[in-house]
Design a protein around this ligand. Structure first.
Ligand SMILES: NC(=O)C1=CN([C@@H]2O[C@H](COP(=O)(O)OP(=O)(O)OC[C@H]3O[C@@H](n4cnc5c(N)ncnc54)[C@H](O)[C@@H]3O)[C@@H](O)[C@H]2O)[C@H](O)CC1
Ligand SMILES: [K+]
Length: 491
């Protein structure tokens, strides 16, 4: 079964909005689906909805309206708190519609004693639990906590909306929560609902389609960015990522682009390990760089002990930009990959790359189609669907995340495939790949590989689109660099 996490669901939800869906549409479909499910199980009777002030409660208001128009139902709605404290516009809109929907009882509960004294429990045939959904933070507080107790002690058939209220998808063990007979979750099964300790609380779990746009799931969007780890107010220097760029030798521009991009994408510290021959030139580009000088004119195995030391104080390595293709350089790359924890491998790093069999590291590779073909020993098919499958199978076989650059970028970790369509034809100019590797490196320092790769190409492409607006086809990689912060601020 294809299951996702609740946090991925939030990203998909936000991507729907990014693609132009009104949040009301998803809520309407969610609520209508709940109503359909209830009417298929109970042909007449009393349904009591217990709703919180977030969108979980909003789904319940929609379901109540849909059921109330059917014959044979008495519908009652309890809102935990006053309507002025409803958190979202879409939930408030749907609460407002209840007064014109033929609901038997709508009650705004002000405190836990009023909730305990409520007499309507006994006549309910079904209790719908929409107290808390995926927006829960920490253990349930009042009134929600009392509501959970009363739902659990009522002895009624309980349907939980999305997730049993109180269950925190981010917590390692379930705390106090509703004990449901049926949980109706949206769009796709959730990994958290399948955990062994959780089944006793969910009861049967059913998935309800809510009309998510397919592209909101497959294409990177604002929701993917939203899920990235952010710099917090209390973070210290280095908390937002330390990136080691190993590049340069025959070329000096590429590692500069990569390092600048990593800094602009939010890395706290970027160290460039470059051959001494270009170190002064590279350093002259920015006082923000920390430079580690490697003796000679190109990367070689002698440098590995120094790199090993540097790895200790960095979260991620970006290896490849401007390295050249010396045999000794390739040997050094192989030895570095065998000892590093996280690496983005780009450009010359991909040339004749043999991924070490013995390794602990997680790798992201960022080839364009020709580099990919050389790596995989096979040309990519023109058919896009087949291309996706091949990239997915390759990533699975090699235990890596592949970011295949193209007019639509394909990202896969061997389990799922994500796509990106930001970017434009002007971005074929030199240096844009180096910028991308730097952005991905900065994100990978503090995020999962698949998220870093997906969001990296989304941000890079959007920065390219901003640059294109100003420069047209004459855009340069340095123009893209300048736009990274605008993109990230806007998201
Ligand atoms: N993405 C989707 O699939 C869709 C989701 N829908 C429904 O929306 C909820 C999530 O809604 P959200 O508004 O984010 O959060 P909640 O309703 O879960 O409530 C948050 C609400 O509760 C307060 N709160 C948070 N933690 C606690 C606590 N420990 N104790 C008490 N109160 C707490 C907080 O202040 C908020 O106000 C999802 O589950 C779906 O049911 C959409 O309708 C359809 C698309
Ligand atoms: K719930």
């Amino acid at each position: 079964m294809d299951a996702i996490t609740f946090s991925r669901m939030k990203a998909i939800d936000a991507n729907c909005a990014y693609l132009g869906m009104d949040p009301l549409q998803l809520m309407e479909n969610a609520g209508a689906g709940i109503a359909r499910e209830i009417s298929s199980r109970l042909h007449s009777g009393t349904v009591l909805f217990i709703a919180g002030r977030g969108n979980n409660g909003g789904d319940a208001f929609v379901a109540a309206r849909h059921l109330a128009i059917e014959e044979g139902y008495r519908i009652k709605v309890l809102l935990l708190g006053h309507r002025s404290r409803i958190r979202t516009e879409e939930s408030l809109t749907n609460f407002g519609l209840l007064s014109n929907s033929g609901i038997s009882e709508i009650k705004e509960i002000s405190d836990s004693s009023e909730l305990r004294a409520y007499h309507g429990w006994s006549e309910a045939d079904i209790v719908v639990d929409a107290v808390l959904g995926s927006g829960i933070k920490g253990a349930p507080r009042e009134l929600e906590s009392t509501a959970i107790d009363l739902i659990n002690s009522g002895g009624k058939f309980v349907i939980s909306v999305d997730i049993p209220s109180g269950l925190d998808p981010g917590a390692s063990i379930p705390g106090k929560c509703v004990n449901a007979d049926l949980t109706l979750t949206f769009h796709k099964m959730k990994k958290e609902l399948l955990l062994p300790d959780v089944g006793q609380f969910t009861g049967e779990v059913k998935v309800i389609g809510i009309g998510v746009c397919r592209d909101a799931e497959s294409f990177a969007g604002k929701g993917d960015i939203m899920n990235l780890r952010r710099r917090s107010q209390t973070s210290h220097k280095g908390d937002s990522g330390r990136v080691l760029v190993i590049g340069g030798g025959p070329y000096y521009g590429a590692p500069v682009f990569t390092s600048m991009a990593a800094l602009r994408a939010g890395a706290d510290i970027v160290t460039l390990a470059v051959p001494e021959s270009i170190a002064d030139t590279v350093a002259s580009f920015s006082p923000d760089f920390i430079i580690s000088r490697l003796p000679g004119t190109f990367l070689k195995p002698d440098h590995v002990p120094r790199i090993r030391e540097l790895l200790e104080s960095h979260d991620v390595v970006v290896i490849g930009p401007g390295l050249g293709r010396e045999r000794m350089t390739r040997e050094a790359i192989a030895r570095i990959l065998a000892i590093c924890k996280r690496a983005v491998i780009d450009a010359d790093g991909l040339y004749n790359l043999s991924l070490p069999a013995e390794r602990n590291g997680e790798f992201i590779i960022t080839p364009h189609p020709a580099e990919y073909a050389r790596l995989a020993g096979d040309r990519l098919p023109g058919d896009f669907e087949k291309r996706k499958d091949i990239v997915c199978a390759f990533s699975k076989e090699k235990h890596i995340v592949t970011l295949l650059k193209g007019s639509i970028d394909i990202v896969s970790d061997g389990k799922e495939v994500r796509l990106n369509r930001t970017g434009n034809a002007g971005m074929t100019v030199g240096g844009t790949g180096d910028v991308l590797a730097g952005i991905v490196g900065a994100l990978f320092a503090v995020n999962d590989a698949i998220d870093a790769a997906t969001c990296g190409c989304f941000i890079n492409g959007m920065a390219g689109d901003f640059a294109f607006e100003q420069r047209g086809r004459g855009l340069l990689a340095s123009d893209i660099l300048e736009k990274i912060t605008d993109v990230m601020k806007g998201l």
